[in-house]
Write a protein that binds this ligand. Structure first.
Ligand code: IMP
Length: 435
């Protein structure tokens, strides 16, 4: 194996929205290639560049910096959303260096319809999806009648495969709504045009990526969602439909585990969650409201208010184990300002017994009570004061924050690489420089 020291994976260790976009954007300044390997436009990140806000859902961070970016085979792509994000970049005079996998799967209108219909029909197992068609598209992939980017860019194949998919989906949707139909020729024409526009970017991304790594290029694998939302090792069924952890990189991008150098896990200083699923540390009181407001906890994709709670190190420990985390980044420490005392969950108790490990199953987690350790909080500060602290570095942090973050690192047995105390790139304290 030739080289792996130049690759780094940025992975959410919780339920998504940990601030991976900001970290990836920071690291991307020195990177050559940023790779998305799972998920679709259910993700959302805002990148601020030269005072202009860019909101991306499928485009990897790094696109704003005109870096080479890749949407690999493990992703599901809504072509309309991707083309809109590309237009937005062009309108802002950004050069697009996109590599799009020919084997990524394509989200079609009927996937979005089915996402909504299935969710409505579920009982207490409703997931609270983003309704972007993610689950139904991955389901088609597993059922082996999904539409891939290669098909999209070959009109004759597209016609046959799209017809096949349309007929299957029509039968299913008609069970919910007997009158539903869309004109096949209209979707075909629309998708043919998407294919023509995307064709120049389509390649065998696995081959390209391996060549890039072997030649020493600096590569970032940008995780979407978080480890606890992963289909195999997350809080099933309240999860997304891909492996939103470092384990998903190998199959999702076509690289050997030996080529993934560093795993950087990202957490917030507290817990946040969109969608359903039990959150043992959830705060449904005014402290929760304060954290939501100070952390601006509203979804980038759906605008939904996020549920918030105390930091849960018990489930994060599980994520650290799964991913093999080397370093952590702790985000949004400033959002806890003015809250005193603070709690960190260090374990769960079930039926009077402390558990050894996170129980994974919602049925079990529901019965658990968090065990907390109490910490002193830190006072409210102005934006300028936070930026000044960031500029002066770790030693100038209030002792309460140092205590809080050192405890986290010690519990997780990882080193702290970055601390974020504000939305801007400058509000980051960097303790470990990668690349
Ligand atoms: P889906 O990915 O749209 O199918 O949604 C499945 C679950 O993952 C729901 O609970 C969503 O709220 C959640 N989810 C999906 N994408 C994100 C994300 O980017 N951040 C946080 N939660 C997400």
């Amino acid at each position: 194996m030739k080289n792996n020291k130049n690759t780094i994976a940025v992975i959410g260790l919780s339920f998504g929205d940990e601030g991976k976009g900001k970290i990836t954007d920071y690291l991307a300044q020195k990177a050559d290639l940023v790779v998305r390997f799972q998920g679709g436009n259910n993700a959302g990140h805002t990148v601020v560049h030269n005072n202009k806000k860019f909101k991306f859902h499928i485009m990897p961070s790094g696109a704003v910096l005109e870096k080479e970016v890749m949407i690999a085979n493990g992703c599901v792509v809504d072509p309309k959303v991707l083309l809109n994000e590309m237009d937005n970049l062009r309108e802002n005079n950004k050069e697009i260096n996109l590599k799009l996998s020919s084997t990524a799967h394509v989200i079609c209108p009927f996937h979005r319809i089915l996402d909504g219909l299935e969710e409505e029909s579920k009982t207490e197992y409703r997931v609270g999806t983003t309704k972007r068609g993610i689950g139904p598209t991955y389901a088609d992939k597993a059922s082996r009648y999904g539409l891939r980017i290669f098909d999209l860019t070959h009109p004759k194949i597209l016609k046959k495969k799209l017809k096949n998919l349309y007929l299957i989906k029509k039968r299913i949707i008609n069970c919910y709504d007997p009158d539903w139909d869309i004109n096949f020729n209209d979707i075909y024409d629309e998708f043919k045009e998407y294919g023509e526009k995307l064709k120049p970017y389509v390649i065998d991304t696995a081959y390209y990526l391996n060549q890039a790594i072997d030649s020493g290029k600096k590569v970032i694998f940008e995780g979407a969602q978080g480890t606890l939302l992963g289909i195999d090792h997350g809080f099933y069924p309240f999860v997304t439909s891909s492996n939103s952890n470092a384990l998903g990189i190998c199959s999702g991008a076509g690289v050997s585990p030996k080529k993934i150098g560093t795993i950087l896990g990202v957490i917030k200083a507290y817990t946040s969650r969109v969608g359903k699923g039990f959150v043992p540390t959830e705060l449904k009181d005014e402290i929760g409201d304060k954290i939501r407001q100070q952390g601006n906890e509203y979804g980038t994709t759906t605008g939904r208010p996020r549920r918030v709670g105390w930091l849960d190190l018990f489930n994060i420990k599980y994520s650290v184990m799964l991913n093999g985390v080397d370093y952590i980044a702790i985000m949004l420490l400033d959002a806890l300002e003015g809250i005193d005392p603070l709690n960190i969950c260090i374990g769960y108790e079930m039926e009077g017994k402390a558990l050894d490990t996170w129980p994974i199953h919602p049925e079990k987690v529901k019965k658990c009570t968090p065990i907390y350790k109490i910490f002193n909080g830190w006072k409210q500060r102005s934006r300028e004061e936070w930026t000044e602290i960031a500029n002066s570095g770790f030693e100038s942090l209030p002792k309460e924050i140092k205590n809080y973050v050192n405890f986290i690192a010690e519990q997780l047995q990882t080193e702290i690489a970055m601390l974020s105390i504000g939305p801007e790139r400058e509000d980051t304290i960097v303790l470990k420089d990668f690349f």
